[in-house]
Design a protein around this ligand. Sequence first.
Ligand SMILES: Nc1ncnc2c1ncn2[C@@H]1O[C@H](COP(=O)(O)OP(=O)(O)OP(=O)(O)O)[C@@H](O)[C@H]1O
Length: 244
Amino acid sequence: MTELQIVDVRLQRGQTTVFDGLKLQLTERRIGVIGDNGAGKSSLFRMLCGLETPATGQVQINGVPLLEARQGKPGLVGLMFQNPDDQIIFPTVGEELALGLRPKGLNKQQAMAAAREMLAQRGLAHWAERAVSSLSQGQRQQVCWLSLLIAAPSVLLLDEPFASLDLPGQAKLAQDIAAASQQILVSTHVLDHVRGFERVLWLEQGRIRGDGPGSHVCRAYEADVAARLAASAHSRAQGGALHG
Ligand SMILES: Nc1ncnc2c1ncn2[C@@H]1O[C@H](COP(=O)(O)OP(=O)(O)OP(=O)(O)O)[C@@H](O)[C@H]1O
């Protein structure tokens, strides 16, 4: 099992200090990440796969600094981007899936054959030559997931992977996540997708506000949102009474 560790990290993005003194040990097989817009979910994932470098502190894999651990092992941590257009590089679906197999030593033909086989197994054989630009947003999100699945990194980071999927697509992805043997972290605003996870992190302005079994943490976040809504309705009503 791969163990990700965040050791006393400060992360700066532009003018924003996203994390300051963040410490986390991530050992559970399924970890959900929830919280308001701007709480730091994407930043956490980008940092865990090396796209953002902390100003101080460190991300470690099995006790080894991330950059060192990834040398010669590009398939250690994989990110499914929130926006498919940030992830997809190649013009066709087949080529995009094949890309994930090249680090495993397959040549171009072998990688394309494996990509075609995977698509065929999922009833999507006709997608192999399909231009990515001709796919809908949800279909592009599916391609991003399949790219990660075929590349099979040890740790999968899925940043709002359900966002554009239709209901059957969401159900299929949830099944795939349940069946995968790797460690998977999922950020989402749809709490039902992570409520059953053994661990959920609730981020609030870059700090850990909740950390525990999915059912407990999701309930606590929902209660907090309800309380905030009630407080703002109350203050609006008071404002109305004052001006009435
Ligand atoms: N490229 C950037 N430059 C500067 N600040 C950024 C950048 N990207 C994000 N931020 C800031 O970092 C903080 C965390 O953003 P992040 O995207 O990690 O939040 P999030 O929890 O993923 O939000 P959402 O739910 O909207 O996707 C926010 O205050 C955001 O404004």
